[in-house]
Design a protein around this ligand. Structure first.
Ligand code: FAD
Ligand code: NAD
Length: 396
């Protein structure tokens, strides 16, 4: 009989970890593995707030896939998936078709706009290398524009919608970048506004209240204005409409108000909640024994029945579990159930500042910032060993 075909969609945290484990565990000719990704690089999503604000180079947030996987063991296809056809066991790419015996879907999330008018058209998102390049250039351009039209102070108002971890990490970087931009463009810093708008009664809803308070103090000291308990109702070419109809004029709206799964998954006929599939205990789509769903595309519940937030940490652990189960399936061995093991959460607030909960303890300030660096370096080590740590690791 022919050897089984494994197709992995997406080289994000889930897809890369699955690939790395498979290339290690599979024997020669035990399976045919193909990894498909839109770009020929993997991006380190957890770094994207830095290049978005311009405090780091986008190059530091991406790695060529050929440097990560062994192309003698895994075929890499640079292409965009346009359709998944589980009934035919096929995936349609923009430039071809792949058939599979096992499919792993790790296409990552998309921005969730909750149907709020104008967000799709006028707001920007922190999602990929291309999207953060746009944000970075756009911000610089506003400073340059202001010099030509000095009455347009709205060019210098930056609105961030959502104070989840993405929004908070981004404003930490942006607040660090603004003084540099003011110097570079000879702009009076008192004219620049960074406004973070959050609908919930608190920033970082659900996170440790003492650390949230600390984070807000740090960011306010750097010049950030919070509008907590205020929902964005609409985004227009001139800014945002919030609360009961108040307009905040701005040419730069960054929407970090939520993530959903990839639309291709619901289009394929899988049952989803906000684009995410409630996977079984082995990470498979219900009713599809040969389809595994990872990361931001999957929905996993904690023992109390509440969904875990989609994180890189979760996607990585799922990738390891998924590879194990693929090998077990091929060898007719029992599958292993997946259980999320939470190692903690650490979020950056800009240079030298962070907050976090890890190993059952709270951290803030410089110690938390070191912890964040250690987590980043650990990830580089896991996917690319010492050479990658030396090339992309930021030690200071
Ligand atoms: P992703 O990592 O998003 O990868 C999806 C891949 O699929 C990408 O390579 C993409 O190019 C590719 N792809 C998408 N569509 C197609 C298509 N149609 N065809 C082909 N390829 C396609 N989580 C943490 O745990 N810790 C953190 O510190 C943290 N920080 C974050 C900071 C920011 C700014 C953001 C935005 C997120 C952060 N997260 C963090 C969340 C974390 O990044 C995600 O949960 C994680 O990336 C999900 O991994 P994934 O494998 O599901 O998908
Ligand atoms: P999120 O869903 O966690 O946060 C979105 C925020 O936007 C929420 O606080 C929500 O109340 C707010 N919001 C929604 N609608 C709004 C509206 N109309 N007006 C104003 N505010 C509105 O999204 P995220 O921050 O992008 O995070 C996505 C996932 O990635 C999460 O699971 C998060 O834990 C993870 N993440 C982790 C880290 C880290 O660990 N350092 C960093 C970034 C992201």
């Amino acid at each position: 009989s022919s050897i089984p075909k494994i197709v992995i969609l997406g080289a994000g945290y889930g897809g890369v970890l699955t690939s790395l484990r498979l290339q290690k565990e599979l024997n020669y000719n035990e399976a045919d593995v193909t990894l498909v990704n839109k770009h020929d690089y993997h991006y380190i999503t957890t770094h994207l707030h830095m290049p978005a604000a311009g405090t780091d180079n986008p190059e530091n947030a991406r790695v060529n896939i050929s440097k990560l996987i062994d192309e003698f063991k895994i075929d890499f296809v640079k292409s965009t998936v346009v359709q998944i056809r589980p009934q035919d066991r096929k995936v349609i790419l923009e430039d071809g078709t792949l058939s599979y015996d096992y499919l792993i879907i790790g296409l990552g999330g998309e921005s969730e706009t909750f149907g709020i008018p104008g967000l799709g058209d006028y707001a920007m998102n922190i999602r990929s290398i291309n999207s953060v390049r746009l944000i970075r250039e756009h911000i610089e351009y506003q400073f340059a524009r202001f010099k030509r039209e000095p009455h347009r102070t709205d060019y210098l108002t930056f609105v961030i919608g959502g104070a989840g971890f993405t929004g908070i990490e981004f404003i930490g970087e942006l607040a660090d970048r603004v003084p540099e931009l003011c110097k570079q463009f000879d702009v009076d810093p008192s004219l620049v506004k960074i406004i973070n708008i959050e609908a919930a009664p608190t920033a970082l809803p659900g996170f440790d209240p003492e650390l949230v308070e600390y984070a807000m103090q740090v960011l306010q000291k750097k010049g950030v204005t919070f509008r907590i308990g205020t929902a964005i109702k609409e985004c227009t070419p001139d800014g945002v409409i919030v609360g009961e109809g108040e307009e905040i004029r701005s040419q730069t709206v960054i929407w970090t108000g939520g993530v959903r799964g990839n639309r291709l998954i619901e289009e394929a006929g899988f049952e989803t909640m906000r684009g995410r599939v409630k996977v079984d205990e082995f990470l498979r789509a219900p009713g599809h024994e040969n389809v595994y769903i990872l990361g931001d595309n999957s929905l996993v519940f904690n023992p109390e029945g509440r969904p875990y937030p989609p994180t890189a940490q979760m996607a990585m652990q799922q990738g390891v579990n998924c590879a194990h189960n693929l090998v077990a399936s091929i060898r007719n061995q029992p599958l292993k159930t997946y259980a999320f093991s939470n190692k903690g959460t650490v979020a950056s607030l800009g240079k030298g500042e962070a907050i976090g909960v890890a190993f059952g303890k709270k951290y803030k300030g410089r110690v938390a910032a070191w912890l964040k660096k250690a987590i980043d370096i650990r990830y580089l080590f896991i996917i690319g060993g010492i050479p990658l740590v030396l090339r992309k690791g930021k030690f200071f």
